[in-house]
Design a protein around this ligand. Structure first.
Ligand code: NAD
Ligand code: MG
Length: 396
């Protein structure tokens, strides 16, 4: 076999980052860690450096770098420490790197993910916000550089597995009628709508099937996650919003389906564990052990499906509207959502105010064309400012 693939893991201290390192450590002959990044958990990052001995580590600022360097020296490690967004971009695009796991949460991941794309790397995309905020530009950069873009989001990885290898030709030429995007419905699927205003961050983070970072857990509870994923699917698979249908499937065993014009529907099933899509993308087009237990259909026994309850999850409607509007609308939606989710986690707003903020910001910022990365960052900044103005107006 050829030499081990060198992997940069952006967001190594997070839920996806740790699952990625778990899969990598099962295959020392296939993968070696080139760079790791962390943001607030510097001690955890040091532990990861001890275990994986990367060439580079990236932290946000000088105090974090000083702390990490001290720990590295004590452990006798020669890992070089880089800083901030420049450091992230360097770790993502260095010539030694074969594959980049983009697992930073939110808009902060866009620049380093794009750096990996521009450098023509194999890009394992978990950071859906990066694609949602800059879709057209991101996909044009993938085509221009020849980067190999592999979806990590379980639904998109499932769709990827159910499509033929030439899916980039477009859905009609390969005979796809629809994409069926499954959703667990989150922790509030069966809550009475009038109780949602009282939901706490702890209740919203208690996902029934998946263990994830806090931001995506809140997005799952509001179903904004499914909205972001619908936009993500449109970009990854060149679909129109009306070709993607959301199907609530509470067991999270079917990770998504593809409906073909001949009546065949292909699905990917598995236990809800992100190590499966991560292993699929790391080894693609081969298959490797991920550490995930075999699916036991007898213990699952039944699979249920429902349409999303209209009205209960306004975030999903707002995302579909933004997908249809195009241009800067998804950028605005994503930025307003990031501000609203952070405010909810800090207990400054109610759960039901998350969509109120986003709807207001979308109304104040009509969709316009995005002609470059500057325009993306400007639209993102304008939406964040509007969302913060909303909070100030409401005295939060
Ligand atoms: P997490 O909160 O557990 O981890 C986020 C990582 O990003 C951490 O390593 C953190 O240090 C880093 N980070 C946070 N803010 C940063 C900043 N401003 N600059 C640089 N680094 C920063 O999140 P997660 O659950 O691992 O999710 C990561 C991404 O993967 C998200 O975009 C999420 O939507 C996506 N995703 C996650 C899952 C899952 O099961 N966790 C599934 C599908 C998609
Ligand atoms: Mg998902």
């Amino acid at each position: 076999m050829s030499r081990a693939q060198r992997v940069t893991v952006l967001g190594a201290t997070g839920s996806i980052g740790l699952s990625t390192l778990d899969v990598i450590s099962r295959h020392p002959d296939r993968f070696e860690v080139f760079a790791l990044s962390g943001f607030s958990r510097i001690d955890e990052l040091l532990q990861l450096c001890r275990a994986h001995r990367p060439t580079l580590a990236v932290v946000p600022d000088e105090p974090s770098a000083a702390r990490l360097r001290q720990g590295l020296a004590a452990a006798g490690l020669g890992t070089e420490v880089l800083l901030g967004e420049r450091g992230l971009c360097e770790a993502a695009s260095a010539p030694e790197v074969d594959a980049v796991m983009a697992a930073i949460v939110g808009a902060a991941g866009l620049a380093p993910t794009l750096a990996a794309v521009h450098a023509g790397k194999k890009v394992l995309l978990a950071n859906k916000e990066a694609l949602v905020m800059s879709g057209a530009l991101f996909m044009a950069a993938v085509r221009a550089s020849g980067a190999v873009l592999l979806p990590i989001d379980s639904e998109h990885n499932a769709i990827f597995q159910c499509l033929p290898s030439d899916y980039a030709r477009g859905l009609a030429p390969i005979g796809v009628r629809r994409i069926l995007l499954t959703a667990s419905g989150g922790p509030f699927r069966e809550w009475p709508a009038e109780q949602l205003a009282e939901a706490s961050p702890e209740q919203a983070c208690a996902h029934p099937n998946w263990s994830m970072g806090r931001k995506i857990s809140i997005d799952s509870a509001s179903m904004m996650n499914k909205g972001l994923e619908l936009i993500e699917a449109c970009w990854l698979f060149d679909a129109r919003p009306e070709q993607v249908e959301v199907v609530v499937h509470p067991q999270s065993v079917i990770h998504s389906l593809v409906d073909y014009v001949d009546g065949s529907v292909l699905a990917q099933l598995g236990n809800p564990d992100m190590r499966t899509p991560i292993a699929n993308a790391l080894a693609w087009p081969q298959r490797i052990d991920s550490g995930v237990a075999a699916l036991d259909l007898f213990s699952i026994a039944r699979l249920d499906f429902q349409a999303p309850a209209p009205g209960r999850f306004p975030c999903l409607r707002l995302a579909v509207e933004a997908a249809r509007a195009g241009g800067s609308a998804p950028t605005t939606l994503n930025a307003a959502n990031e501000v609203a989710v952070a405010a909810f986690l800090e207990r400054r707003i109610r759960f039901t105010e998350i969509p109120s903020i986003i709807e207001q910001v979308l109304a104040e910022e009509p969709a316009n064309a995005l002609d470059g990365l500057e325009a993306v960052f400007e639209a993102d900044a304008r939406a964040r400012k509007r969302a913060k103005q909303w909070l100030t107006r409401q005295g939060r």
